[in-house]
Design a protein around this ligand. Structure first.
Ligand SMILES: *[C@@H]1O[C@H](CO)[C@@H](O)[C@H](O)[C@H]1NC(C)=O
Ligand SMILES: *[C@@H]1O[C@H](CO)[C@@H](O)[C@H](O)[C@H]1NC(C)=O
Ligand SMILES: *[C@@H]1O[C@H](CO)[C@@H](O)[C@H](O)[C@H]1NC(C)=O
Ligand SMILES: *[C@@H]1O[C@H](CO)[C@@H](O)[C@H](O)[C@H]1NC(C)=O
Ligand SMILES: *[C@@H]1O[C@H](CO)[C@@H](O)[C@H](O)[C@H]1NC(C)=O
Ligand SMILES: *[C@@H]1O[C@H](CO)[C@@H](O)[C@H](O)[C@H]1NC(C)=O
Ligand SMILES: *[C@@H]1O[C@H](CO)[C@@H](O)[C@H](O)[C@H]1NC(C)=O
Length: 744
């Protein structure tokens, strides 16, 4: 019988073993059993009434159901295996499935099955060994009848099961080896699993649910347990005190819970451990002194906890490590006394936001596999050393918020880092001069750089000309320095550039027309040609509303497009060609000396979400066409010399009066001052505006149009605004996190 292996999704895993082994064995063995009696009529009937075959991709038309796709029978013609993953099966799982009393293997994953499982779902399936209902839309509570004692694999993951898991659920499961209930809506305590009853348990996955309370004791008896996942729940309390007795453990993943207490020293008994992931918890204390005994450890992921003290020297004996993430803790000590040179397999090292001191640890440069290195927001000092060039794969380097010096030396060295894509050195080198001139003479440095952040360094000098050679540059952040001189026109020739932040410098001159030619801001096509990769180290940020909603930015394509020139000394007109930058999401040129009118071409920037023109010398009226900017969520023209009526009946009324204040000649909603009534002779100045109230002198018209404007304004503007508000904050937060990424 041909069985399709097409739908088998083998998860890439850090572990070498597959937890889907039973399925493999099944595929191998099922081809062998070819002779059997014809299908039991009763089973055939049950099959046909169990599923909505018509809408599935199954062709169950022949007489012998044992020959149907996905069905295997025993010698007596009774159905034993149902292998129906990804068959577009929909509707509820009918109770008639229970008539297949000889069923041992039931695979129904990746279908569209919905509804509840009957309370007695398992009662008649007394021979069931493997149950895979993952990736469906099943809901309701888990069946009251526990699975039969011969059950080995239960995969109910990625459904919508809810409610508490009855503690009896697993009590009879003598032979249980794999349980996966991840990605559901289960709550209450994690069911206690008594490995004295289920001695063969290898893998338990409770992650991505709503489980609360403490992790019950009992794991310690699970001598075969290799994997324990319960991340992304609301678990409290300490790590289970008996966990160190589960000597077979290879993975412990409990991220994003509220676990507290210390990582007990006896965890070093778990000598098979490969993955230790406890990020986003409230763990405190030091790392286990003898953590180096865990020589198989590949991943240590502990960011966002309250861990403290010095890193144990034995950590540097974990020579299998590929990823070490200790960011956002309270670790301290001189990093340069640690010897990283045994960590030759290390790919990512993230020590962001701790209290490490001393010079950059030179031994880090012997971690030849390093791709991403982030030591930002510590208290490191000294200079970037030449030896960094031995990191041939280094693609992401962030050292910001330290006390490094010699930016010219740093750039001269780093320009030869062939793989470098992201370089963030913000808030170092205080008051030095921006390296310029011959930095790139005779060589093509920074050939793969796509993000450079050198913000908040108080650097003097100009926007350096060597940037003009960075063909791949997508994001440029030189904000909060003391740069003078003009914005160079050649910036407009960089084919990938779509994020320019030069705010808070002393830059003068005009808005260069050349910037309006930026390819990556003009056409979708050019923009998609630029790099969209995964950022090697994800950036976390917290929701601005004070709660601890933490979000993650992983993809470069999520970087906003922006031109931020705020707080400089730019003057002259805003060029009309700015209307060509159709992909721009944020234009912030407030706090400058721009004059002339607001070009109505700005309304071509259909993706604009933030427009800040405040505190300039702009004059004339606000173009009515700005109301076509439907994504606009933040807007200000305050403190200019604008005049006339704020365009009525547009979403501009949805913004606060503060967005318009400081323009003595401006009137109308949302400003408190009403516009003077127009005399017939004034009609020239209102040309092009089709405000209804201008055409009549009757007060009713005015009221109607105003209230219409209000209603339209309310639903058409405040509605989306209200909806987008959290998003907008998220955006700001995201934006600042991009800056954060540039920054830190
Ligand atoms: C279903 O299978 C039968 C033979 O098993 C074949 O004759 C028939 O054409 C198939 N129908 C479809 C729609 O593929
Ligand atoms: C558990 O598995 C063993 C070995 O495969 C088997 O002999 C035994 O019958 C099973 N126990 C139950 C309750 O199914
Ligand atoms: C559990 O199922 C989810 C998908 O629903 C999968 O991503 C995860 O890897 C599974 N866990 C184990 C241990 O196989
Ligand atoms: C690191 O490993 C070496 C060699 O196995 C051993 O001699 C040394 O004591 C270990 N260091 C620590 C701090 O555990
Ligand atoms: C800055 O770094 C360069 C390159 O490493 C070096 O040649 C130069 O001497 C350094 N300057 C200072 C003042 O340390
Ligand atoms: C404007 O820029 C200067 C120079 O970087 C800075 O000192 C000042 O704080 C900035 N002002 C605002 C309001 O951002
Ligand atoms: C904060 O924002 C998150 C996500 O946007 C939301 O789930 C949460 O309810 C908000 N909290 C408050 C106090 O508004």
């Amino acid at each position: 019988m041909p069985l399709s292996t097409r739908t088998m999704a083998v998860q890439p895993s850090h572990l070498t073993k597959s937890y889907f082994l039973p399925l493999f064995i099944l595929f191998i063995t099922s081809g062998i059993s070819t002779t059997h009696a014809a299908c039991s009529k009763m089973d055939q009937q049950s099959l046909l009434s169990s599923f909505d075959i018509a809408s599935s991709s199954l062709n169950w038309s022949s007489n012998d159901c044992c020959r149907w796709e996905g069905i295997t029978c025993d010698m007596a013609g009774r159905v034993t295996h149902l292998l129906l993953p990804s068959k577009r099966l929909k509707g509820v799982i009918s109770p008639s499935l229970g008539n297949l009393t000889h069923l041992t293997h039931l695979y129904l994953s990746h279908n569209i099955l919905s509804g509840h499982l009957e309370a007695g779902f398992f009662l008649s399936l007394g021979r069931l060994q493997i149950l895979d209902l993952s990736y469906n839309l099943l809901s309701g509570e888990l069946p009251l009848s526990p699975p039969p004692s011969c059950i080995r694999v239960v995969d109910l993951s990625s459904n919508q099961f809810n409610g508490k898991t009855p503690s009896s659920f697993l009590q009879r499961a003598w032979n249980l080896s794999n349980l996966n209930v991840s990605n559901n809506l289960l709550k209450g305590q994690i069911p206690s699993f008594k490995c004295s009853y289920s001695p063969f348990v290898r893998s338990l996955d409770f992650s991505h649910n709503d489980f609360s309370g403490i992790i019950p004791l009992g794991l310690g008896n699970c001598s075969k347990l290799e994997l324990f996942r319960a991340g992304f729940n609301n678990l409290l309390g300490t790590l289970p005190s008996d966990i160190h007795k589960a000597r077979a453990l290879e993975e412990v993943s409990l991220p994003s819970n509220k676990l507290s207490g210390t990582i007990d020293e006896n965890i070093v008994n778990l000598t098979n451990l490969i993955i230790l992931d406890l990020n986003f918890n409230q763990l405190s204390g030091a790392l286990p002194l003898h953590i180096g005994k865990l020589s198989r450890l590949k991943l240590i992921i502990l960011h966002f906890n309250n861990l403290e003290s010095y890193l144990p020297t034995s950590l540097m004996n974990c020579s299998s490590l590929t990823e070490l993430n200790l960011g956002y803790n309270q670790f301290e000590g001189d990093l340069s006394v640690l010897n990283f040179s045994k960590l030759t397999k290390l790919i990512k090292l993230d020590l962001k936001n701790n209290h490490f001191t001393g010079p950059l640890p030179i031994s880090v440069y012997s971690c030849k596999s390093l791709i991403a290195l982030r030591l930002s927001s510590n208290d490191l000092e000294g200079q970037i050393q030449h030896e960094i060039l031995s990191l041939k794969s280094l693609s992401f380097l962030s050292l910001s918020y330290n006390r490094l010096s010699n930016v010219t030396g740093a750039m001269k060295i780093l320009k030869d880092c062939k793989s470098l894509g992201v370089l963030i050195l913000t808030n170092n080198f205080l008051g030095e001069e921006m390296p310029d001139g011959d930095l790139m003479v005779g060589s093509s440095g920074f050939q793969n750089l796509y993000i450079i952040g050198l913000s908040s360094c108080q650097l003097t000098g100009k926007v350096p000309v060597w940037l003009s050679k960075l063909e791949k540059l997508k994001g440029l952040d030189l904000s909060f320095n003391r740069l003078t001189g003009p914005i160079p026109g050649w910036l407009g020739t960089l084919p990938s550039l779509s994020f320019i932040n030069l705010q808070s410098n002393f830059i003068s001159g005009e808005f260069p027309k050349e910037l309006c030619r930026l390819q990556a801001l003009r056409s979708e096509k050019a923009a998609t040609q630029t790099r969209h990769g995964v950022i090697e180290l994800p950036v976390y940020y917290q929701s601005v509303n004070g709660s601890v909603t933490r979000l993650q930015v992983k993809y470069l394509s999520n970087m906003p497009t922006l031109i931020a020139l705020r707080n400089n000394s730019l003057s002259g007109n805003i060029p009309r060609d700015i209307g060509q930058l159709q992909l721009l999401q944020e234009l912030n040129i407030g706090f400058n000396k721009f004059s002339g009118n607001i070009p109505h071409q700005i309304s071509n920037l259909r993706k604009l979400e933030i427009l800040d023109l405040s505190r300039n010398h702009l004059s004339g009226e606000i173009p009515a066409s700005l109301s076509s900017l439907s994504f606009l969520s933040s807007f200000s023209v305050a403190y200019n010399n604008l005049q006339g009526q704020i365009p009525l009946g547009t979403q501009l009324q949805g913004f606060n009066a503060t967005a318009f204040e400081g323009n003595p000649g401006l009137c109308g909603s949302p400003l408190p001052n009403k516009c003077p009534k127009k005399s017939p002779g004034d009609s020239d100045t209102t040309k092009g505006r089709e405000d209804a109230h201008d055409s009549g002198n009757g007060i009713p018209w005015l009221q109607i149009s105003v209230s219409l404007g209000f209603i339209v304004g309310f639903w058409g503007v405040c509605g989306p605004l209200a909806l987008s508000r959290s998003w907008r904050y998220a955006y700001f937060e995201f934006f600042s996190s991009v800056v954060d990424r540039f920054v830190r």
